[in-house]
Design a protein around this ligand. Structure first.
Ligand code: NAD
Length: 299
């Protein structure tokens, strides 16, 4: 029988990802600080663990899918963390989007305990997580890549080796900076068109056969009712939280500062998303920037 796989962090992304491992015949041991996040996985056959340490004592391949850098540091290095119980040779794959410097730090401390840490953040959103069509951007030792890919392929259609540990995060941060810029651009464009009297479905369909087309316009349109099955048509619930996007834009700005790269639109996007967080949108999907921009003037 197969050795169990550990999965820690069962939110919007981790939940459906862990489910694919179960569906592909892996015994899966799950943990989340929020107990209700484990219920549906337990119903699907997963074993519950009460701490990351317990997961590490039972599984020698572990995937983590947590919100941000401090959560990853806690889950790996905390008192009840993975590294307190990690078995030598264990493969530790972190798919959270975090600071590449923290990924490097985790790889170092893991190596001291005999663990092999790789960063493997994802792109694709909740639909791709549910359909197992995510893109994984993997950083770490090249000789460990095949072992990581063997597991990640059950959750994604593209598993790409990006270089040393932290490289996956570097690619991810660049992608998400562009994603935020295109989402804001799509939102302000759609709002302008609607105020010009255009039907948003018509406008989106013409943009999507024209040069303005992008993922935010053709796959994840921010205007309620233009597309089905996207957060904008569900009161901006689920999806990719505005607070998480703001975090990613902050990581991009740190990286831009460190490398002295001019990123004027990335910087502006960060500020716009920060304002959204302060205006009551932090837990809404990041496409809610359309809702914010389209608010009517108060008479
Ligand atoms: P989420 O907030 O829905 O889920 C995170 C889960 O981690 C929650 O269930 C939370 O309870 C759990 N958690 C937090 N701290 C923990 C701890 N110390 N121990 C155990 N569990 C803990 O977030 P998400 O949308 O699933 O995103 C996860 C990561 O993936 C983030 O880094 C995000 O930036 C990235 N990401 C998200 C999307 C998306 O579309 N949602 C897409 C690509 C990448």
């Amino acid at each position: 029988s197969r050795t169990p796989v550990g999965f820690i962090g069962l939110g919007n992304m981790g939940g459906p990802m862990a489910k694919h491992l179960i569906d592909n015949g892996h015994p899966v041991i799950v943990h989340d600080v929020y107990p209700e996040a484990m219920t549906s996985l337990e119903d699907a056959g997963a074993i519950k663990a009460s701490s990351p340490a317990e997961v590490a004592s039972k599984a020698d391949r572990i995937i983590t899918m947590l919100p941000s850098s401090p959560n990853v540091q806690e889950v790996y290095c905390g008192e009840q963390g993975i590294l307190s119980k990690v078995k030598a040779g264990s493969l530790l794959i972190d798919s959270s989007t975090i600071d590449p410097a923290v990924s490097k730090e985790m790889a170092e401390v893991a190596a001291k305990k005999g663990g092999v840490y790789m960063d493997a953040p994802v792109s694709g959103g909740i639909k791709a997580a549910a359909a197992a069509t995510l893109t994984f951007m993997v950083g770490g030792k090249q000789e460990e890549f095949e072992a990581a890919k063997e597991l990640l392929q059950f959750m994604g259609k593209n598993v790409v080796y990006c270089g040393d540990v932290g490289s996956g995060q570097a690619v991810k941060i660049c992608n998400n900076m562009l994603l935020a810029i295109e989402m804001i651009g799509t939102s302000e464009t759609m709002n302008l068109g609607m105020r010009l009297g255009l039907d948003p479905k018509l406008l989106a369909s013409v943009i999507n056969m024209s040069t303005g087309r992008c993922w935010a316009s053709d796959t994840y349109n921010p205007v309620p009712g233009v597309m089905e099955g996207v957060p904008s048509s569900n009161n901006y619930q689920g999806g990719f939280g505005t607070a998480l996007m703001t975090k990613d834009l902050g990581l991009a700005q740190n990286a831009a500062t460190a490398t002295k790269s001019p990123t004027p639109l990335g910087s502006l996007a960060h500020q716009i998303y920060r304002i959204l967080c302060n205006k009551g949108y932090p837990l809404k999907d990041f496409s809610s920037v359309f809702h914010y921009l389209s608010e009517e003037e108060k008479k």
